[in-house]
Write a protein that binds this ligand. Sequence first.
Ligand SMILES: [Zn+2]
Length: 178
Amino acid sequence: MPYRLYADAMFGSLGKFLRILGFDTLIAPDHLLDKEIMVDLISSKRLLITRDLEFSKIYSKYLELNHLDHKLILYIPSTILEDQIYYFFRHLGIKSSHFIWNDINQISFLPRCSKCNDLLNEIDKETIKNDISEGTYSRFKKFWRCNSLKCNKIYWIGRHWDSILEVLMSVKKKENLL
Ligand SMILES: [Zn+2]
């Protein structure tokens, strides 16, 4: 996905979800001051996703004064993940169906690491045999490893993916209703 995102600290869960869908997403650490977030945003030109109305107004003013794209800011008041994803897709003009899979081995996006945002590489499960449990090794076929040497997290298509699909399906329902 070409979109580069910057989620404020209140959107940690959304940010991690969007990373799994392949969006390059930075999540602001809790302790960051608004001023520091502004500096990050201005230098990175990422799309800000925020629930902070005051801050979104300040940043919006900045974008306007500097003739920058007002679409670089997305204010979402909802605390419900499904709603947040719905508003996010709508803002970018994309549909949930793009991400919904019939066959998990043929997903249409390249997932990123939910922990650190780096790209994942599909790996041969023999190479990680000692890093995962025997049960996981025998039950699953497809594995990825995070590119970042610091993180190196291993992923597989476990039950977590069912809940991702469920969330996407309820976003789709919402799209059809509204
Ligand atoms: Zn990682």
